[in-house]
Ligand binder design. Structure first.
Ligand code: NAD
Length: 260
């Protein structure tokens, strides 16, 4: 059980982050949600999650592309819920274009949100984890943290960086009760991927269903999407005592993507 632990999941107003947050709360962890969205919808989500799982749930609207806001979010978790024991760096964005056409500002935004935010959050969270000699840091990288695809230079660069950062943080804390690991999902049907499916359908004059099948067929041998709940299950395991000596590992949960 994760009762008495406090978890912060960045980008947990949607998709994978929300699935992981639910799984941690189901184990009894108190939560800080983060991410963008309609204020009333987020407040409803915060209340529902607290009531459903009987845990304390707070929300931080920090924009994680800004280092000062990341540090303030970590402090907010510690101040409002008493500690920060589990940090899940999940928020991320995508942009697809060949290198010569890739807008500079998209490159900078993806590096800031998908990679540098992990560094800033880990840096802010470590001192208190060290004081307790317990912590779990889980970075949501991607199959694109292990292998590449065309048109995704910033994303692939950032996600490979996340896997590297994960190993360094694991090593620096190897003789403590703090572990750091990465989860590398294949395709998960979230708004981030739905945009790519819609673009594909529009560009190729196909139905959404056909575009979905093509997207999976290209990369994911199972031809099935990974679910946020499956990723949440692994995150819960990585928080358990059984996982105390798992350090600096990047787990692909990808329907066979990286096995090819
Ligand atoms: P999503 O678009 O459904 O959710 C992204 C979340 O991040 C949202 O809550 C959004 O509000 C938040 N966010 C975006 N920019 C932010 C910012 N600047 N500050 C704070 N929050 C911000 O996406 P998702 O598919 O659930 O992706 C979550 C993570 O999983 C990302 O890191 C993504 O790269 C990774 N991932 C996704 C897939 C997939 O197939 N969906 C596969 C591999 C990895």
């Amino acid at each position: 059980s994760l009762k008495g632990k406090v978890a912060l999941v960045t980008g947990s107003t949607s998709g994978i982050g929300l699935g992981i947050a639910h799984c941690l709360a189901a184990e009894g962890a108190d939560l800080v949600l983060n991410g963008f969205g309609d204020a009333a919808a987020i407040e409803a989500l915060r209340k529902e999650t607290a009531e459903k799982y009987g845990v304390r749930v707070e929300y931080s609207g920090a924009d994680i592309s800004k280092p000062a806001e990341v540090a303030a979010m970590v402090k907010f978790a510690q101040d409002t819920l008493g500690s920060l024991d589990i940090l899940v760096n999940n928020a991320g964005i995508q942009y697809v274009a060949p290198v010569e056409e890739f807008p500079d500002e998209k490159w900078d935004a993806i590096i800031a949100i998908n990679l540098s935010s992990n560094f800033h959050a880990i840096k802010a969270a470590l001192p208190a984890m060290k004081a307790k000699n317990w912590g779990r840091i889980i970075n949501i990288a991607s199959a694109h943290g292990l292998v590449a695809s065309a048109q995704k230079s910033a994303y692939v660069t950032a996600k490979h960086g996340v896997v590297g950062l994960t190993k360094v943080v694991a090593l620096e804390n190897a003789q403590t009760g703090i572990t750091c690991n990465a989860i590398c999902p294949g395709w998960v049907l979230t708004p981030l991927v739905q945009k790519q499916i819609d673009a594909r359908a529009a560009n190729e004059g196909k139905t959404i269903e056909q575009a979905k099948r093509d997207l999976l067929g290209e990369k994911q041998p199972s031809l099935e999407f990974v679910t946020p709940e499956q990723l949440g299950g692994l995150a819960v395991f990585l928080c358990s005592d059984a996982a105390a000596q798992i350090r600096g590992v990047a787990y692909n949960v990808d329907g066979g993507w990286v096995a090819q």
